[in-house]
Design a binder for this molecule. Structure first.
Ligand SMILES: O=C(O)CCC(=O)C(=O)O
Ligand SMILES: [Fe+2]
Length: 223
């Protein structure tokens, strides 16, 4: 078992409160927030180590869509993923950090975020995820997307950027380098985005906060 004292001792509460406030303000003003190097360093290092140490057998090819609608489509995305369930200390620290963000945003913006799901993603050199939306208005209940990057020493010429388009008509987008500790949040129904191919292995966590989608047919959360 790896010792991860920084992660467990210091959940980065004060540090994170400042970040959470920046994210809340950005979301209220423009619907997205990009924060280079903002994840508490101990947590970022622990997550970066864990996803590299897991070995490829724990990753599955990524699918498109949820539950019944899930299918594989190598034309749209070619990465592989591993859901984070909180069975390890570092997984637990991540989920508790995300729960802190959830509580903060609910207090500040009354978003009514109800559950959170997240996975590690591994893009091998050349892998990509074509332009897409994480949720469709009125259909899904994913409301806020959260991505953090786990790549120390990423160089600008190595590609692998997230391109965040400000609306359906935007063709240029805002490019985000997937460097260690960068935290990105955006409204899932509003911002099309894509992942460009990279020259090196690219590790990240992608997560989604959902509102309560329970109805007479289905009880949330689904897992
Ligand atoms: O890794 C990224 O930059 C974004 C990933 C993404 O768009 C997704 O998993 O839905
Ligand atoms: Fe996405």
């Amino acid at each position: 078992m790896l010792a991860l004292p920084d992660v467990c001792r210091d959940s980065g509460r004060n540090e994170s409160d400042h970040l959470f406030e920046t994210i809340a303000r950005d979301l209220a003003e423009r619907g997205y927030s990009v924060n280079p190097g903002a994840l508490p360093a101990g947590l970022a290092d622990g997550l970066a180590q864990q996803c590299r140490g897991m070995g490829s057998t724990l990753f599955d090819p990524a699918g498109i869509g949820r539950e019944k609608d899930r299918h594989l489509n190598g034309f749209v995305r070619s990465d592989e993923i591993c859901w984070i369930t909180g069975e390890s200390a570092v997984g637990q620290a991540w989920l508790s950090w995300a729960a802190g963000l959830q509580a903060y945003l609910n207090r500040r913006l009354f978003l009514g975020l109800f559950s959170f799901e997240s996975h590690y993603a591994h893009y091998a050199p050349g892998d990509f995820y074509k332009r897409h939306l994480d949720a469709f208005r009125g259909q899904a209940n994913r409301v806020l997307s959260l991505v953090v990057y786990l790549n120390p020493g990423w160089q600008p010429d190595q590609g692998g950027e997230l391109v965040l388009y400000r609306n359906a008509g935007d063709r240029d987008g805002l490019k985000v380098t997937p460097a260690l500790g960068t935290v990105v949040a955006f409204l899932s129904e509003e911002f099309p985005h894509e992942v460009l191919p990279a020259a090196r292995h690219r590790y990240s966590i992608a997560g989604w906060f959902r509102v309560n989608g329970s109805n007479s047919q289905r009880v949330d959360p689904p897992r």
